[in-house]
Every structure is written in structure tokens, then in C-alpha cells.
Design a protein around this ligand. Structure first.
Ligand code: UFG
Length: 331
């Protein structure tokens, strides 16, 4: 298939492109490199630097490569910033997303895989969160992604779009070549591992902060469901293969097991063999206490099964990547 991947230079997008290329697909990538890295783009993919909001560039890509399907990763994704600058989230994640769908429609391309998020659920009413759980986001990031899920329902019923939306829980880990390197790092596992690298190299650490210690959880810190990024990437490809059967499907993507922030730090200490200092800090705006997924639906409908379900393995692959790339993609 000829596949366009938006955000294919980013963390999850680049690893999905790597898997698509391995499976013999022809891939075009559009990425403005605001968060993504040119080095992360598979050499076999055709790369376009630009915004997925640029309809003219998109039209050129569709016409040049006869695109059959789009996997849409590009987005504003930081929960914290979405609370102070929601406009950016609605423009990029909703308005520009609709522009992308319009270009697809104009070019007769109606297959779409969408990166949605656990943040569309808000505070869970029950755990694990299955697809029937109410969606009541508590941050603008989640709201923008939920809006787009609903837009996709309408594009399905009115224009015959076939789509799958994946609500990612916490993607983590690395492939052999590609890992997590955000320009502004806000995610727990890379921050924990960078702290470990600082300790290993006798550098002053930036200081790992644990946000909140009185959540209603086992040890007072937030609980999350970590999923290996390669398992997540493979699910997108399965979804493409199943799109004719499940043409309007939403799937929750996690491993069904929750780990607190303190447990993540403990496992990272064990894997790195290093002491990882931290201090408690005040809660971060927009953080739900517990997010754990039920991924039974994708398992039964598409036969998805994680290859790396253990958090130890997830953190180990991330640690190996960070150890090889102590300055991320800039080395
Ligand atoms: N955390 C810390 N210290 C840090 C960074 C994170 O204590 O320096 C905590 C957070 O408060 C949270 C947990 O570690 O409780 C995980 O935080 P991440 O930033 O790694 O991930 P989030 O759970 O906030 O975000 C992820 C995805 C989002 C998605 C969200 C669903 O990255 O895209 O899950 O709420 F929206």
C-alpha cells in the first residue's frame, strides 16, 4: 500500500514507519520537525518537511504517490500546555485535521488510522477502561482528540471513510534504532532515565520531580498503563489490514496493568543499577489519578497481542536506547 504518515519523524510515528517499511509498504512522511527528528525518518520513506495543515503540499503528496491510506500521528500532545494554550490544540488537532480529511476526500482516499488518547476519558469511573467507558476529558488535549474522533464518525457515515482510532495509554520503550526524544521532555520514563544517565556520568541532575503524593492510589502517586511503542506501532498496521471489516472502530491501547510513578522509578533503578534521586512536587494540572486500559477489543477483533508486555522490558529497551543516544538524536 502507499501510505502517508503524518508526524512520521516523531516518536511513535517514526517507529510505525519503520514497521511499515519492514512489511514492504511504500511510505511518505510529512512532518514539520517541530517535535520530530529528520534522523528518525526511515531512509526508505519519502520525506516532506511541512505542516499537515498545508493543503497544497498535501495535495501534491496525494497526487505524486497515489496515497491509499493515511496514518495520522502529527498533533499537539502535551497535556500540561493544553491547559494554558488550548487554542493551539483546537487549531492543530481539529481544524488542520479536518483539512487533511478534505484533501483525502478530494483525492478519493478514505482509509484513515488516527492517534487518539486515553486523555479522552478523563477521570475513570471504572478500571480498566474499556471502549464503552464514558468520555469526559479533563484537559484540552483530550477534548481536541475526542472532537476529532466524533468528526471521524461523521466522515464515516456521510462520506464512507473507513477509520480506526487508537486511544493510546502511555507509550514507552524503543526499537533498536529509534527512541523517545522530545524537544521539551515531559514524559516520566525518559526523564527518569536521563536522571539515571546524569548519575552514571556524575553530572548534576536537573532533578526528577514526582508530581503529587496524595492521589487515591496504592502509594499516592499517579498510576499509568505503559505500552511498548513497537507493539503500538504494529497495531496500526493490523488496523489497516482490518479496515474493510472494522471500518469504524475505536480501540484502547495498553497492557491492562497499572504502575505508579514510584514503581516506575523502582524498576528503572533495578534495570540501570543506579540510584535515581527524586523529590515530590505539587500535582500537575490535568493529570487523572489512574489510567489503565482494557485492550480486549483489539485483541479479539484484530488478534493484537503485545510482544513486550512487561514494564521491565519496556524500560530496558528505553534504557538501551538512551544509553546509546545520551543526547537524543543530536549525536
Ligand atoms: N510524572 C512525574 N514527573 C515527571 C513526569 C511525569 O511525576 O517529571 C508523572 C505524571 O504526573 C503522570 C505520570 O508520571 O502521573 C506519567 O506522566 P507522562 O507525562 O509520562 O504521561 P501522561 O500520563 O501525562 O501522558 C500520557 C500521554 C498523553 C496522554 C496521557 C493520558 O503522553 O499523550 O497519557 O492522560 F494524553
Amino acid at each position: 500500500m502507499n501510505i502517508l504518515v503524518t508526524g512520521g519523524a516523531g516518536y511513535i510515528g517514526s517507529i510505525c514507519v519503520e514497521e511499515l517499511v519492514k512489511q514492504g509498504h511504500s511510505v511518505s512522511v510529512i512532518d514539520n520537525l517541530q517535535e520530530g527528528h529528520r534522523e528518525a525518518v526511515q531512509p526508505k520513506a519519502v520525506f516532506y518537511e511541512g505542516s499537515f495543515g498545508d493543503k497544497q503540499l498535501l495535495s501534491t503528496i496525494f497526487k505524486t504517490h497515489k496515497i491509499d491510506a493515511v496514518i495520522h500521528f502529527a498533533a499537539e500532545t502535551t497535556v500540561e500546555f493544553s491547559m494554558t494554550d488550548p487554542q493551539l490544540y483546537f487549531i492543530n488537532n481539529v481544524v488542520n485535521g479536518v483539512n487533511l480529511l478534505e484533501v483525502m476526500k478530494d483525492n478519493g482516499c478514505k482509509r484513515f488510522i488516527f492517534s487518539s488518547t486515553a486523555a479522552t476519558f478523563g477521570e475513570p469511573e471504572h478500571t480498566p477502561i474499556d471502549e464503552k467507558h464514558t468520555q469526559k476529558p479533563i484537559n484540552a488535549y483530550g477534548e481536541s482528540k475526542l472532537m476529532f474522533e466524533k468528526i471521524l464518525d461523521w466522515y464515516h457515515s456521510a462520506y464512507g471513510f473507513k477509520f480506526n482510532a487508537f486511544r493510546y495509554f502511555n507509550a514507552a520503550g524503543a526499537s533498536e534504532r529509534l527512541g523517545e526524544d522530545h524537544r521539551h521532555e515531559s514524559h516520566l520514563i525518559p526523564i527518569v532515565l536521563k536522571t539515571a544517565l546524569d548519575v552514571q556520568n556524575n553530572r548534576r541532575t536537573k532533578g526528577l520531580k514526582v508530581f503529587g503524593q496524595d492521589y487515591p492510589t496504592k502509594d499516592g502517586t499517579c498510576v499509568r498503563d505503559y505500552i511498548h511503542v513497537v507493539d503500538l506501532a504494529k497495531a496500526h498496521i493490523l488496523a489497516l489490514e482490518n479496515l474493510e471489516i472494522h471500518s469504524n472502530a475505536k480501540y484502547n491501547m495498553g497492557n491492562g496493568k497499572g504502575f505508579s510513578v514510584l514503581e516506575v522509578i523502582e524498576i528503572a533503578k533495578k534495570i540501570t543499577g543506579l540510584d535515581i534521586p527524586f523529590e515530590f512536587a505539587k500535582k500537575r494540572a490535568g493529570d487523572p489519578a489512574i489510567l489503565v486500559a482494557s485492550s480486549d477489543k483489539i485483541s479479539s477483533e484484530a488478534g493484537w497481542k503485545p510482544d513486550y508486555p512487561s514494564l521491565e522490558t519496556i524500560i530496558k529497551t528505553a534504557w538501551e536506547w538512551h544509553s546509546r543516544h545520551p543526547n537524543g538524536y543530536s549525536v
